[in-house]
Ligand binder design. Structure first.
Ligand code: HPA
Length: 278
């Protein structure tokens, strides 16, 4: 039986955050596997461990720190989620959406989301950064959409539009920030799967045929919840490994974490540039 998050639970979590900080953030950041370090630059930071926030799902995965940092970054008041939970950890798909719904109730305007992903586009290499221009919601198509259950009318409509999920104006700012920093920014479609097993070569050939450029185990549910609640969204995938379309190589979590070291400084520069330009 799926556990559906209620508005009451969301508001209890939002109240807990509000009571621990005087910052009133405009921008939410969700930092994915191995991409955590940006949170250390938030000043003066109010840090709240996820465990102190009621109903907040806690990550069990190595590389996810598990706390919120609120403060200033490049002239913007931000709320940074260091670490996130994934559907494969056993939370209900509705619970995955709670942190983003808290952002909505706290009055944030936009969300920047990052993830580690496998490169399905054969032109992509480990270490590349991809601007997410659209997503392929295979979790949802397989029956796991974070908006299932009673609609929370206070947050958004029963049938939200997803035609421009990733904000065109924010994407433009990202392209400009990348160019100013001489970072070659890839662009493409992120495909969200539940994981936790990596894809088989046959899975990957299917995903490529279906139009995927990168594949990962997060982000899409969070973006759906954000759009439902009217947040503007910007997303980046750090390409941590080349998807193995012919079965010749093996993908490991260690490889994903290692690539994060190359990717983090690039994403950091782009995100800083976007925040400055807002
Ligand atoms: N597949 C799915 N998720 C991932 C991958 C991958 O190859 N790399 C990092 N996250």
């Amino acid at each position: 039986m799926t556990a559906f998050i209620t508005l009451e639970q969301i508001d209890q979590a939002a109240d807990a955050v509000r009571s621990r900080t005087s910052h009133r953030p405009r921008v939410g950041l969700i930092l994915g596997s191995g991409l955590n370090s940006l949170a250390d630059s938030v000043q003066p930071a109010d840090v709240i461990p996820f465990g102190d926030i009621p109903h907040w799902p806690r990550s069990t995965v190595e590389g996810h720190a598990g706390r919120l940092a609120l403060g200033e970054l490049e002239g913007q008041t931000v709320m940074v989620m260091q670490g996130r939970v994934h559907f494969y950890e056993g939370y209900s798909i509705s619970q995955i959406g709670l942190p983003v719904r808290v952002m909505i109730r706290l009055g944030l305007e936009m969300m920047i989301v990052t993830n580690a992903a496998g490169g399905v586009n054969p032109e992509f290499s480990p270490g590349d950064v991809m601007l997410i221009t659209d997503n392929l919601n295979l979790m949802g198509m397989a029956g796991s959409n974070p908006l299932m259950g009673p609609n929370l009318d206070e947050l958004g409509p029963r049938f939200p539009d997803m035609s421009r999920a990733y904000d065109p104006a924010l994407m433009q700012l990202a392209r400009k920030a990348a160019a100013e920093n001489q970072i070659a920014l890839r662009e493409g479609v992120y495909c969200g799967l539940s994981g936790p097993s990596f894809e088989s070569p046959a899975d990957l050939r299917f995903l490529r045929l279906a139009g995927s450029d990168a594949v990962g185990m997060s982000t899409v549910p969070e973006v759906i919840v954000a759009r439902h609640g009217g947040l503007r969204v910007l997303g980046f995938s750090g390409i941590s490994n080349k998807a193995n379309l012919d079965g010749s190589t093996v993908t490991t979590h260690e490889e994903v974490m290692e690539a994060g070291k190359v990717i983090t400084p690039k994403i950091e520069k782009i995100v800083r540039g976007v925040l400055r330009a807002l």
